[in-house]
Design a protein around this ligand. Structure first.
Ligand code: 1HN
Length: 370
């Protein structure tokens, strides 16, 4: 490489191998040591570097196989009856992109899972069915299609579907690869089913209405007290915002699910958003750090990710790896399109690692500076 990103310049490692140096490296190796200049250029990329590739998982292809899992194993046998989505380049860490995991879970009417907890945080986005519920730290929460539910780190949780409900399918999102990479995960099984600490839907009924917060409650946890964000309030909120906002040139009308007490992300490590692309909207391309998993909640369109086009429609899931250029297009000229996404931005931001760059003809390539 030449120019700005050339390694043949002062400040980069450019030592040429000699027999004497090679012998020296071998000697260091026997002592559990090494010469930094042999690895420096690799461990110090000029720009953020991802090992994930953009991928799209078509729901039409997966749905039958997901349902089939409910004939093959029970939730008791499987623990979690989930088909997980794995990035071709992240199989070693079971990640869909970067350090994020995602999967599709199916639960039949009358079924429920055992209760457990883990240090990793989890979230769910409901894809189909009715009568589904989750119990988070003794709070039972019912959910419907396109609702977003959180299971913060170390919260006991279990899920189920009412006997008179319809088979539920939802997307799970976890930071498990991240927490494992940090060597900080743990897991515990609850003895039996959780007893309910509060009336059903206590959390959304207490914390989920129009910016009002209960004056008599103290909440001292580092995550949102609101465990469910309902599509029936989220979608109208996007439409209202769209009436008076242009939105972002890169994302359209993008709203973050937030902790109503802080305005910040719903959990410590992962954030989530819902975005609305107006009819025929075609966003500008940009790239930023952070890994993203999307699910189309409504409509149809495509995204260009890393120069490749991925066509999506309702329930399709795709990912955008860190520092990969992407733009989104709503293919309908009459209907809006909505994309749910979750990400590791709270981690990226807390560590001071966020950066963003608008795509220009030049920055996809190397800039030659004289
Ligand atoms: C988990 O606890 C659930 O509780 C789903 O439904 C998927 C994937 C990896 C690790 C834990 C659940 C999971 C998971």
């Amino acid at each position: 490489m030449e120019g700005k990103y050339s390694d043949d310049q002062i400040g980069r490692a450019r030592v040429k191998d000699t027999p004497e140096l090679e012998a020296y490296y071998k000697e260091l190796e026997t002592l559990g040591a090494g010469a930094l200049w042999t690895v420096a250029n690799d461990i110090e990329p000029w720009e953020p570097r991802t090992s994930s590739i953009p991928m799209l998982w078509k729901y039409d292809d997966l749905r039958e196989l997901v349902l089939k899992s409910s004939e093959l194993v029970t939730p008791e046998q499987a623990g979690r009856r989930v088909v997980y989505l794995v990035n071709d380049k992240r199989k070693d860490v079971s990640a869909a992109v970067g350090w994020l995991y995602t999967g599709i879970q199916v639960t039949r009417p009358g079924e429920s899972t055992s209760a457990h907890r883990h240090r990793a945080s989890a979230l769910r986005f409901i894809m189909e069915g009715s009568g589904g519920y989750t119990v988070v730290d003794g709070n039972k929460i019912t959910f419907e299609v396109n609702d977003f539910v959180i299971t913060p780190n170390s919260a006991w949780h279990e899920h189920g579907v009412a006997a008179d409900g319809k088979t539920c399918i939802w997307q799970d999102g976890l930071d498990i690869p991240l927490v494992n990479a940090l060597e900080a995960n743990d897991y515990a099984v609850y003895d039996g089913k959780q007893s309910l600490n509060n009336p059903v839907n206590y959390s959304p009924l207490t914390y989920g209405s129009s910016g009002l917060l209960p004056a008599d409650k103290v909440w001292d946890k580092p995550y949102s007290p609101l465990f469910k964000y309902s599509w029936k309030t989220v979608y109208p909120a996007l439409l209202e915002a769209a009436k008076v906002n242009d939105g972002s040139p890169f994302d359209g009308i993008l709203m973050n699910y937030s902790n109503p007490l802080t305005g910040g992300a719903v959990m410590q490590t992962m954030g989530a958003s819902m975005q609305l692309l107006r009819p025929s909207e075609h966003t500008k391309a940009h790239k930023h750090t952070g890994s993203f998993v999307y699910q189309c909640a409504k409509g149809k369109g495509y995204s260009v990710i890393g120069g490749k086009r991925f066509d999506w429609k309702e329930r399709d899931i795709f990912c955008v790896p860190s520092w990969v250029n992407h733009e989104h297009v709503n293919l309908s000229d009459t209907e809006d399109a909505c994309l749910f996404s979750f990400n590791d931005l709270p981690t990226i931001n807390a560590l001071g690692l966020y950066q963003e760059r608008e795509y220009t003809e030049n920055n996809g390539y190397q800039i030659i500076e004289k």
